[in-house]
Every structure is written in C-alpha cells, then in structure tokens.
Ligand binder design. Structure first.
Ligand code: NAP
Length: 272
C-alpha cells in the first residue's frame, strides 16, 4: 500500500498527481497546500474521486513551523512512514515570471523576486526533505522526486535563447543541485533522489486567476519561441499526459538514477 506526499498540490501538475495516484485504491495520497480554503480545484477534484484515499494537509513551503506540523500530522495519519515524496511547489507569479535579471524597474523589486523564488524553489525542498526524511526512512520505496525544469539547464536556455524567466531559471538550476546533494547524502541508505521535468504543460485550466490579455500574449510568444527550437516536439502537454509519463518514470527509476536531472525527452539538448 504505497504512500505518496505531493507537496504543493492545489492545482496544475501537483493536482493531477493527486488525481491519478488516488484513482488506485491501493495508494494513500497526502497532499500539502498552502491554503486549504483557497484550494478549490483540489477540493472539487477530491470530491469526485471514487476512493477516500486523499488526505489534505496545510503547509506554505516558506513557513518552517507549518512544514514541521504537516510532517508530524502525516506521520500520525500514516503510522510513521512515507514511501514517495514529490516536491511540486514552485513560485510562478506571472507578474515577474517572464522577466530576465535586467528587466526590473528597480533593485528592490529584483531582489524581492529572486529572494522569494529562492525561498520557495530552493529552501522549500530543503526544509521539506529535512522534515519528511524520518518518515521516508521508515518507508519502503525511499524516493524523493523534485519537479525541475529545463529552464534551469544552461544548454536548454542557450538553445531556446531564453533571457527571461530569470528568477525562475536561476532558482530551478539551484533546485536541481538540491536533489543532487541529497542523492549523495542518502546514497548509502538506498534512496533515489532526482529532479524531473514534466515537459511544457498547459496548466491554464486550474490557474488561480486568468491571465490578462497582455500576459497571455507574452506567454504565447514564449510557447512559439520554445517549439520553434524543437520543431519535432509537438505542442503543449495536458497535465494528464505529463503526469502519466512522470509516474511511469518515477515507478521505474532506482538508486542508479539518483542525483540526475531527468529532462522531458523531446527537450533533451544533450541528445541533439
Ligand atoms: N507547467 C509547465 O510547463 C512546467 C514545466 C517545467 C516544470 N514545471 C514545474 O512543475 C511544477 C508544477 O508547476 P505547474 O505548472 O503545475 O504550476 P502551477 O499550476 O502554477 O502550480 C504551482 C503550485 O505550487 C504551489 N505553491 C506556490 N507557492 C507555494 C508555497 N509558498 N507553498 C506551497 N505551495 C506553493 C501553488 O499553490 P497555490 O494554489 O497556493 O498558489 C500551486 O499548487 C513546478 O515545480 C514547476 O516548476 C512546470
């Protein structure tokens, strides 16, 4: 009876992890959200699931006490163990997401966005892993999966010519290193720690609020630029397609893959 914790599963890809995993009655799915009351997409999805195997916990990943409380609560509910942890949360605030390091109106705004992104995308997984590790040590799978992005990989950024996505790309690069550090630290305990990319996924169906016309147009430009660099890559994935592939991969990988970043195969610039 495998147990999973999805960290940051209120919407988008995290929500789809919850939905697909919960369809298997054998699984127990714990999902953390930063605000239970505002997680309307998650609550609506869980209400329609056929089994009662999802437990919703609250933890903003920048709130260390909330993380401790969520880990304690999960341990109480699970009897002390956890098999697979999936860190999905990321700072993706559209106001700043597309800006490059040179695109800010003033130094304070730049610093604020980079610091907040570092807290969610780098310190977030570190505090989560530190607090959930005692539970994972008692689990049978010993897998820690961090949702990474090609936006944090140098060869990809150069190939697609992305000068924007500054705070996101810089902190995603650091997040990949977080996975590698834990892979090394936990090597002798049989853990598998990887960062994985879902591909380019259309999560607009569960956005917290619709994009403005201007932002939608800028996002569309990014999509066009992206797929022009990978003419054979098809188009945006649905969350369902992306998570289906990721779950197969997560199921198949083991300690031999630990420490790696696993790109979406069509965007693997090392194979070009
Ligand atoms: N979509 C893509 O094409 C794509 C591509 C490559 C990698 N990824 C990665 O995939 C993961 C999911 O992305 P997505 O596209 O599904 O994004 P999304 O729809 O914007 O969802 C982001 C999730 O992160 C949560 N979150 C943000 N800040 C948080 C915080 N401080 N504490 C707890 N949760 C927090 C959000 O919760 P709230 O509802 O509370 O805001 C939401 O559940 C991210 O790690 C992203 O970098 C996505």
């Amino acid at each position: 009876m495998p147990s999973y914790a999805i960290i940051g599963g209120s919407r988008g890809i995290g929500l789809e992890f919850v939905r697909q995993l919960a369809l298997n009655e054998e699984n127990t799915v714990f999902v953390t959200v930063r605000n239970k009351d505002k997680s309307t997409h998650l609550r609506a999805t869980v209400a329609q699931l056929p089994h009662k195997n999802v437990r919703i916990l609250q933890a903003d990943v920048v709130d260390k006490q909330a993380i401790k409380n969520a880990a304690t609560e999960l341990g109480r509910l699970s009897g002390g163990g956890l098999d697979i942890l999936i860190y999905n949360a990321a700072r993706l605030e559209f106001d700043n997401l597309l800006r490059g390091p040179g695109d800010y109106d003033n130094d304070e705004e730049l610093d604020e966005e980079f610091i907040q992104s570092f807290k969610v995308n780098v310190l977030g997984p570190i505090h989560i892993v530190n607090n959930f590790l005692p539970l994972l040590r008692k689990g049978s799978a010993k897998k820690i999966i961090i949702l990474g992005s090609e936006g944090g990989e140098r060869s990809f950024v150069q190939h697609v010519h992305i000068s924007g996505l500054g705070a996101y790309g810089v902190t995603k690069a650091a997040e990949h290193m977080v996975a590698t550090k834990y892979a090394v630290a936990l090597e002798n305990e049989g853990f598998t720690v990887v960062s994985v990319s879902p591909g380019f996924v259309d999560v607009s169906g569960t956005n917290s609020e619709p994009l403005s016309e201007g932002d939608a147009s800028k996002f569309n430009d990014l999509v066009v630029q992206h797929f022009a660099a990978f003419p054979n890559a098809g188009t945006l994935l649905t969350p369902e397609q992306a998570v289906k592939r990721l779950l197969l991969d997560i199921n198949n990988i083991g300690p031999a893959e630990s420490g790696t970043f696993r790109p979406y195969p069509e965007f693997d610039t090392n194979k070009r």
